[in-house]
Unconditional design. Structure first.
Length: 278
């Protein structure tokens, strides 16, 4: 009973976390809906929507990395049963939540956080800001086109490198020092999207601009790229916090958990130069 189950092992942070844990010699069960193989780990199937996959995935596990699939925030149907199973089996949970959710007790993320706090003996909540990695992930088509079009107004964001989130998660999973606490995780400096685009331009060797757009224009662009209207609206809603300055805060969470400062956007861009060049 000493394995770590990583949900979303195919995702932005999950992939990096599995790699970091395997490098430390931890026994890792890497979960995805397909159960695809992951080097150094035991691949398992886990689908929130398929309860039959839950108990086998939890077999031999004493720690769990839990995240919400961003496109289905089904708290009652998906997340709470997983939290209940962790509680029943005495599993410690480290949850990937989102910066600022503590201010919205009715929100999906805070509902899951509160379930952890009340049902589990050992939990850690990580609340990351927007990922720098979105620039070579969800915003990659904009970066490739040379125009990042978002409803972010002039708001600034202390983008966090997913490698830093993974390092924090590994620390939270592998020691008891951070148990029963919540940490806001940010990069070292808040930048507006125009400033961020300038950083990316320098590394990519071509001009990448930023165009502030309305929520409706943003949702329409996502819809024509194949994203459902509801997912687009949810993403657009999150940019209200950016425009209001709520994502500009800089925290010391990464340093507290890992003992070293967080990576800045320039470091991220240099390390992902090839992906950003397109
Ligand atoms: N991106 C950001 O800037 C950011 C910032 C703060 C917080 N967050 C939060 O971090 C979380 C992850 O977001 P992300 O955009 O970076 O996504 P991601 O980790 O790249 O992908 C989501 C993961 O969830 C898994 N998944 C999807 N549906 C599932 C289901 N029904 N059952 C089990 N696993 C499922 C997917 O795995 P398979 O498809 O392989 O099963 C995938 O690995 C979200 O809660 C998001 O709100 C994101």
């Amino acid at each position: 009973m000493n394995k770590i189950l990583v949900l979303g092992a195919s995702g932005t942070v999950g992939r990096l976390l599995v790699r970091a844990l395997v490098a430390q010699g931890q026994a890792v069960k890497a979960a995805s809906r397909t159960g695809r193989a992951v080097a150094g780990a035991e691949a398992v199937r886990f689908d929130y929507a398929d309860r039959a996959t839950h108990a086998p995935a939890f077999e031999g596990v004493d720690r769990l990395y839990l995240l919400m699939p961003a496109d289905s925030l089904a708290v009652e149907a998906f997340l709470l049963p997983a939290v209940a199973l962790a509680a029943e089996r005495g599993v410690k949970v480290v949850m990937q939540s989102m910066m600022g959710v503590e201010h919205d007790p009715a929100g999906a993320y805070r509902q899951v956080e509160m379930a952890l706090e009340s049902a589990l003996a050992r939990w850690v909540i990580l609340r990351p800001n927007w990922f720098a990695d979105n620039f070579h992930g969800i915003w990659a088509p904009d970066v490739a086109r040379g125009d990042i079009a978002l409803p972010a107004g002039e708001g600034a964001t202390s983008f966090i490198d997913a490698r830093d989130i993974a390092a924090c998660a590994a620390a939270a999973l592998c020691t008891g020092r951070f148990d029963n606490q919540a940490y806001t995780l940010t990069g070292p400096q808040a930048l507006g999207y125009a400033q961020a685009a300038a950083v990316l331009s320098q590394v990519a060797g071509r001009r990448i601009g930023y165009t502030p757009v309305s929520d409706d224009a943003f949702v329409a662009a996502l819809r024509s790229a194949g994203l459902p209207e509801a997912s687009g609206r949810m993403l657009a809603g999150l940019f209200g916090d950016v425009r209001n300055g709520h994502t500009a805060m800089v925290s010391d969470g990464v340093e507290v958990l890992t003992g070293r400062p967080s990576r800045g956007l320039a470091q991220y861009a240099a390390d992902y130069r090839d992906a950003l060049r397109g």
